[in-house]
Design a protein around this ligand. Structure first.
Ligand SMILES: [Zn+2]
Length: 72
């Protein structure tokens, strides 16, 4: 089974950030919780399913942090 499908099944097909806020949103993207460039690893424990909206917001935040030379 591919990683993406394994994570999707583990996370019940739901966006984990929305879920943490009590919203049930179908997830679209498997993302690294802690980005690889910030020292995150490629294990399942560091991956989660996000919807496009959460993924885009997280990516934008991380890009800003990265551009300023910081690490989350
Ligand atoms: Zn979401």
């Amino acid at each position: 089974m591919r990683d993406r499908e394994r994570i999707r099944q583990r996370d019940c097909g739901l966006c984990q950030q929305c879920r943490a806020q009590g919203r049930l949103t179908l997830g679209d993207v498997v993302d690294h919780k802690k980005p690889l460039w910030a020292g995150g690893d490629d294990s399942d424990a560091n991956k989660w399913l996000l919807c496009h909206q959460c993924h885009d917001a997280k990516t934008a935040t991380e890009a800003a942090i990265r551009a300023s030379g910081g690490v989350p």
